[in-house]
Design a protein around this ligand. Structure first.
Ligand SMILES: Nc1ncnc2c1ncn2[C@@H]1O[C@H](COP(=O)(O)OP(=O)(O)O)[C@@H](O)[C@H]1O
Ligand SMILES: Cc1ncsc1CCOP(=O)(O)O
Ligand SMILES: [Mg+2]
Length: 283
């Protein structure tokens, strides 16, 4: 990506975030980065299809025996603890370690982190391995930021995303990661700056693993531009929401929305993205 050119264009641009988002999408389709996904059993299909329709190349490879050979070839790594067992955790840590050693970005989805002490401890240990980005729903970000189980409802959120902005800032400061909280507005923070991505619709909550899928899309956008993880994260959230909005025009409910969201992600065009991506500053 030519960042100087991008900055010049931004000055004349009425929606610089829309333009930026389109640059990520077109780069993704050109470069097709390899994204390793160590993710929960519920999400594998939706994540693989989301990444493929966006232009990336997903690989659900999670055996600890394969990480030394495979992880060095990837452009980005996703770790999602949604169906965590003690056998999987060492593989996650090993993969994060390889990513760090080779300066590759990696993204953590602390799915249902507040469900048990085992899961919370595992997530805290993973955060210590310096993820580039952490994306969760509001209840997950609050639990992880406080390091306590608190109130939770499995993988679903009991809180509004706006309730978790301070927790997200605090987690970003303590971890050094970009932290994103999804919900009616998706907030993204580096601990100082806060932006909100406004695309999306409530029915996306009714598609299981839609949060997991947007975290995977973040991993793909960050693979394209690892030096600007804050921008890449906000754009990925907005683009995924926009695909949902467009998909909803043809959908009758969550099952058909899932299908049309994937089709819309595949078919996004420049004009629509530049006009409809909506990201605003909150800081
Ligand atoms: N009320 C809402 N309005 C618009 N989009 C939403 C809403 N709730 C969730 N989303 C979108 O649904 C996707 C999944 O988010 P969320 O449901 O918060 O994650 P999780 O599945 O991890 O709980 C995100 O793209 C988010 O922007
Ligand atoms: C239902 C469920 N249970 C364990 S992981 C999982 C999927 C959660 O996906 P998301 O966080 O994207 O809703
Ligand atoms: Mg989730």
């Amino acid at each position: 990506m030519n960042l100087e050119q991008q900055q010049q264009d931004d000055q004349q641009d009425t929606n610089p975030w829309g333009t930026k988002s389109w640059t990520y999408i077109s780069s993704l389709k050109q470069q097709s980065p390899l994204i390793q996904c160590i993710t929960n059993l519920v999400s594998m299909d939706l994540i693989a299809n989301t990444l493929l329709s966006a232009g990336a190349s997903p690989a659900m490879i999670h055996s600890i025996l394969e990480i030394p050979d495979f992880t060095p070839h990837t452009q980005s790594l996703l770790i999602n603890v949604g169906t965590l067992t003690p056998e999987w955790l060492p593989a996650m840590k090993a993969a994060a370690g390889v990513a760090n050693r080779l300066c590759k970005p990696w993204v953590l989805d602390p799915a249902a982190v507040g469900a048990s002490r085992f899961r919370l401890k595992a997530c805290i240990e993973l955060v210590e391995l310096k993820p580039t980005v952490i994306r969760g729903n509001a209840s997950e970000i609050i639990a992880l930021s406080l390091g306590s189980l608190g109130s939770m409802k499995g993988a679903d959120s009991l809180h509004e995303s706006s309730d978790a902005v301070e927790a997200a800032k605090s987690l970003a400061k303590s971890s050094g990661a970009i932290v994103a909280v999804s919900g009616s507005v998706d907030f993204v923070t580096d601990g100082q700056r806060v932006v909100g991505a406004h695309n999306g619709l409530p029915m996306m909550q009714k598609i299981t693993a839609s949060g997991c899928a947007v975290t995977a899309l973040i991993a793909a956008f960050v693979a394209i531009d690892p030096a600007h993880a804050f921008e890449a994260t906000a754009c990925a959230l907005s683009v995924f929401g926009l695909a949902g909005e467009i998909g909803m025009c043809l959908a009758n409910g969550p099952a058909s929305l899932r299908m049309h969201l994937i089709d819309s992600l595949y078919g996004l065009d420049q004009e629509t993205v530049v006009q409809r991506v909506k990201i605003t500053s909150f800081s």
